[in-house]
Design a protein around this ligand. Structure first.
Ligand code: NAP
Length: 243
């Protein structure tokens, strides 16, 4: 049975990815940082689907916690077949109003976490001759978002990192791809007013804001054997926003 490690899987998109892959029979390593109760509820649902689940608290912006998270997963399941770097935070602020701490935290959590996680998991994948890494970026990492320049920089960094890593580890049988969602209905967009949402929907070709399941389905495909010849790619899951 294959094992997937998903960061930030207690809520939102990560939770949906965990449930979707549990239905496929994967062993699930469910990381959370602050949402312990929600993590337990998701783990319960996963168990009821018949999959094995390991809940691991870790702040993935911290390299020492990442090492413990990956070490714990490896000690239980041995091999990590799929890594989904999903954890992220928003920073809605004009650059000139952003403090040093806010900038550092946004980069550390959204970008450096992906680098730390990938470094530790690639070591395991190299031992076992391959694997798949799927990194969750954002439409803003491609086109940039006003009022979200630091977040956009981090999400753009994920794309550059993933393309480079795909070349570095491709010969070792490791695929590295990026999913770049548009606007997805989760806590991350809870501050948008109905008016904001309506305006956004008018700019989206498919006329609706996305659901976590829209992203989870694409991640499931990239994790599957059907996607074995895809690497270094960015798949935009945005309903045709800005096309
Ligand atoms: P969300 O509902 O706010 O969930 C964010 C998740 O990230 C939570 O599970 C949270 O865990 C986790 N997280 C944050 N900081 C963490 C840390 N230091 N260590 C470990 N986990 C951490 O947001 P979402 O919409 O599902 O976002 C998931 C990913 O999609 C993010 O990378 C986000 O940037 C990206 N994305 C979202 C949208 C959107 O419109 N929703 C659009 C484009 C891209 P805890 O609650 O346990 O702390």
């Amino acid at each position: 049975m294959k094992t997937v490690l998903i960061t930030g899987a207690a809520r939102g998109i990560g939770k949906e990815i965990a449930l979707e892959l549990a239905k496929e029979g994967y062993n699930i390593v469910l990381n959370f940082n602050k949402s312990e109760e929600q993590a337990k509820e998701v783990a319960d649902k996963i168990s009821k689907l018949g999959a094995r689940v390991l809940i691991c608290q870790a702040d993935v912006s911290k390299p020492e916690e990442v090492k413990k998270l990956v070490g714990g997963a490896v000690s239980v399941f041995g091999k990590i077949d799929v890594l989904v770097n999903n954890a992220g935070i928003s920073l809605y602020k004009l650059l000139i109003d952003s403090s040093d701490a806010e900038i550092q935290n946004a980069i550390q959590t959204n970008l450096n976490s992906v680098i730390f996680m990938s470094r530790e998991v690639v070591k395991n994948m190299l031992q076992f001759g391959g694997g798949k890494i799927i990194n969750i970026s954002s439409k803003w990492g491609i086109v940039g978002g006003s009022g979200e320049s630091v977040y956009s920089a981090a999400k753009s960094g994920i794309i550059g990192f993933s393309k480079a890593l795909a070349k570095e580890v491709g010969f070792s049988g490791i695929n590295v791809n990026v999913v770049a969602p548009g606007v997805i209905e989760t806590d991350m967009i809870k501050n948008l007013s109905m008016q904001d949402k309506k305006e956004l929907e008018s700019q989206i070709a498919l006329g609706r804001i996305g659901q976590p399941s829209d992203v989870a389905g694409v991640v499931k495909f990239l994790a599957s054997d059907e996607a074995s010849y895809i690497t270094g790619q960015v798949i935009e899951v945005d309903g045709g926003w800005g096309v």
